[in-house]
Design a binder for this molecule. Structure first.
Ligand SMILES: Nc1ncnc2c1ncn2[C@@H]1O[C@H](COP(=O)(O)OP(=O)(O)OP(=O)(O)O)[C@@H](O)[C@H]1O
Length: 257
């Protein structure tokens, strides 16, 4: 069988003060869209950062194309993995275009300047996220949703094989939430692997084919979306009664009162 884009071996993430919970043997293959669901503090961001090699695991391994993260050179890894962070700190002042071009850096040699092709790819990514008209603007002047779309455009310009996205629909209006979910699904259809943390069950049900449920005590279960997105499991996950119906072939969840 083909080497998966991303997999973990007995991975235990390091959530301070928490027992180990379930060691994860996850496999994200080309074409798959994974949603990670769980209540606040369950460890979704910690998992995503651990998968990206930004945070040390307590134990176990993360492998990209069958090679442990520790064996990858940073630049080569950045050609494979893009991370869309939940909240970004303002770094130095940068324009939208300069930000999108950062996505091209893994593809350039250390002191090489971006070329016409990089600029064209960055512009195409900004267009795809409907923020090309903002390209000369300082990032600091953007709205929350515009900034989120620039972050996703930057990852798109990076042309990764694996997308790790932390609540990618954060700050987005409904139309742009759908546009971003469609973009991630399109990336998967083109051969990428996608793993994202989500709070919106309905977006997860509509767009994800695999789901990981992460519980606050470190327990977890995962599998095909239709086996995971069941009201009993989700009600237990969030400590919140849920009702389910089906519209247009997709499960729709409504909180109980
Ligand atoms: N550096 C740290 N020191 C102490 N505790 C931390 C640290 N980083 C994370 N935590 C704790 O680890 C737990 C998991 O955090 P994490 O951000 O992964 O949760 P999450 O599932 O992404 O939550 P949310 O839905 O609120 O984004 C939280 O209780 C958090 O407070």
């Amino acid at each position: 069988m083909e080497t998966p884009l991303l997999h973990t071996r007995q991975l235990v993430i390091d959530v301070p003060g928490r027992a180990d919970g379930r060691a994860l043997d996850l496999t994200v293959r080309a074409g798959e869209v994974w949603g990670v669901l769980g209540p606040n503090g369950a460890g979704k961001t910690t998992l995503l950062h651990t998968l990206a090699g930004l945070r040390q695991a307590r134990s176990g391994d993360v492998l990209v194309r069958g090679t442990p993260l520790s064996s990858w050179r940073r630049r080569a890894l950045a050609r494979e993995l893009a991370v869309v962070f939940q909240e970004r700190q303002e770094g130095f002042p940068a324009t939208v275009m300069e930000t999108a071009l950062i996505g091209r850096h893994p593809w350039l040699s250390p002191w090489q300047l971006e070329g016409a092709e990089d600029i064209a790819l960055a512009r195409a990514a900004l267009s795809k996220l409907s923020v090309a008209h903002l390209q000369a603007r300082s990032l600091a002047t953007l709205s929350g949703g515009e900034r989120q779309r620039v972050a996703i455009a930057t990852a798109l310009a990076q042309a990764p094989s694996v997308w790790l996205a932390d609540e990618p629909t954060n700050h987005l209006d409904l139309h742009h939430q759908v546009a971003v979910m469609a973009l991630l699904a399109e990336q998967a259809a083109a051969g990428c692997g996608v793993l994202m943390c989500l709070h919106d069950l309905n977006l997860a049900a509509r767009w994800c084919d695999h789901i990981l449920l992460l519980y606050p005590d470190g327990e977890a279960c995962f599998g095909p979306a239709d086996t995971m997105l069941v009201p009993e499991a989700l009600s237990r996950l969030y400590g919140q009664p849920l009702l389910v119906t089906e519209i247009d072939g997709t499960r729709v969840f409504v909180p109980g009162r």
